[in-house]
Design a protein around this ligand. Sequence first.
Ligand SMILES: [Zn+2]
Length: 279
Amino acid sequence: MLTDAHCHPFDLFNTLQKTENKNIHLLENTLPDKNILAIGNACDMTDLSFNEKLSRNDILKEKLTLLSSFGIHPQIFKMLNDKLRAFSDYQEINFDEQLETLDKLASEKRIIAIGECGFDLFNASFKETETIQERYFSAQIEIALRYDLPLVLHIRRAIHKIFAFTKTLSKCKAVIFHSWSGTLDEGLSLLRRKVNTYFSFGNTILLNHKQAINSCAHLPQERLLTETDAPYQRRQGEFCSSWRDLLFILDTIAKLRGGLTALEAENILEENFMKGFLF
Ligand SMILES: [Zn+2]
């Protein structure tokens, strides 16, 4: 079975709608000819309701098992600032209410992971929100610990922030780095610090991202995961990333790990996925 540790089904659907007809079944065309187990990331209730609707869809569910994670995305604070600056009547978001929602969803077992959450310090305007990013990251770790759920991380230009949290993170069931972009040494260092870390790779390893390729080739095999980050991590010449990309990503992992067939890689990645997401 193919496994996708991180995707955004609602955003994928919206992206596809820009070019094709407005029918939920257009998502069917993005599925390869194999069963897929995927974690759909949700940043709000619209995302989550869409995931739940897809997971019940008679046609899609034959091939796609979709489960959900839910979290406050670290980019939201910068985006909200931009909107508040541009539109004086733009409504603030109550993030404490979002936390309550997250807690409730975890208690009701509607989600199987917390996130994506973390830090995005890509440039000056993201860095402006570092303090609030940190506040809500800490709060989300607490919820992950309270419900013993894995944590899915989005970390951009901010790996140093994660090293400041390793003591707390080492108490988490599992910490899953979506689209790992750290160095091999940083990855190994997290494992040495007893953080139960999983490193997820998508199309970056096909896009000549040297650090991701090196990490994917040399980190312990039992720590690797595959993801599409659909629709956001497209291959060259493609309109968006989708579940079909998993086949290319697996092929590339098999080559990088030397001597694996794509099927062997698929089975290893499936086993890792099961352990990482606590099945
Ligand atoms: Zn994402």
